[in-house]
Ligand binder design. Structure first.
Ligand code: UDP
Length: 239
């Protein structure tokens, strides 16, 4: 029998890099399909899911600025990259029969809907997956902060961050053999120890609004649904 989910509505943050598969750049369609299947499993057990996808697989504002571009323009390019990723994910989800809407913080009426909070809530109530594209719509922010912001606006019960590893470690587990994995951390632990989970403004926003952040591996089959039913390996960040 399928276990009952612990959460009614969640926001999943997926970094752009998670969509690259074994490529060095861009979108790997098989990888997007695999993540879309994970999301479908979650909607199949009745969880309302919304998504924020990063853009680091295509363009990062900071890298452009490092090469002499004006930071704000480079950031807008980064935000446009997240729209491409959002459309790729929408396409995969709809091929698997999951109704999906992309809402962009930078209006782009011919490719997706503009972000309107009440419309997003309505879509979710109707059982659609909502993908928030173009981050916060503002330069000098990240999609981590966009994830914390949208999770708050949508009244999500948790913000799930799908990463390359199954939780938060004391050091990079790919580099440090005896790095310790934490089951639970407080928001303050993350800030004080400067653990690279999400950026500081995202952690602060989640903390102020009492939204737990759950860090898990997006690459384990069934990992998302396991975390939602309380069975998965993850790190929970709360008070
Ligand atoms: N970005 C931005 N404002 C936002 C969200 C994103 O300017 O609210 C830009 C920023 O340049 C960033 C890029 O979009 O580098 C891609 O987002 P991010 O680096 O957060 O993606 P991820 O690392 O999750 O793939």
């Amino acid at each position: 029998m399928t276990k009952k989910p612990l959460y009614k509505r969640v926001l999943l943050k997926v970094s752009g890099e998670a969509l690259m598969g074994d490529q060095q750049y861009g979108i790997n369609v098989e990888t997007v399909d695999r993540i879309a299947r994970e999301i479908k499993q979650a909607t199949d057990i009745g969880v309302e899911v919304c998504l924020v996808i990063g853009g680091g697989n295509i363009f990062r504002g900071l890298s452009g600025a490092a090469k002499g571009m004006e930071r704000a323009s480079a950031d807008y390019m980064g935000m446009l990259a997240t729209v491409m990723n959002a459309l790729a994910m929408q396409n995969a989800l709809e091929r698997f029969g999951v109704p999906t809407r992309v809402l962009s913080a930078i209006p782009m009426m011919t490719v997706c809907e503009p972000y309107v909070r009440r419309r997003a809530v309505r879509h979710m109530e109707k059982g659609r997956v909502v993908i928030f594209a173009a981050g916060t719509g503002n330069p000098f922010f990240t999609t981590d902060t966009a994830a914390a912001l949208r999770a708050t606006e949508m009244g999500c019960d948790a913000l799930l961050k799908g990463t390359q590893v199954d939780g938060v470690y004391s050091a990079d587990p790919h580099k440090v053999k005896d790095a310790e994995r934490y089951d639970h951390l407080t928001y303050m632990d993350v800030l004080a120890k400067d653990l690279q989970v999400m950026d500081t403004s995202a952690i602060a926003l989640a903390r102020e609004n009492g939204i737990p952040i759950i860090v898990f591996s997006i690459h384990n089959d069934g990992g998302f649904v396991n975390v939602l039913t309380g069975d998965g390996r993850c790190t929970i960040i709360s008070d």
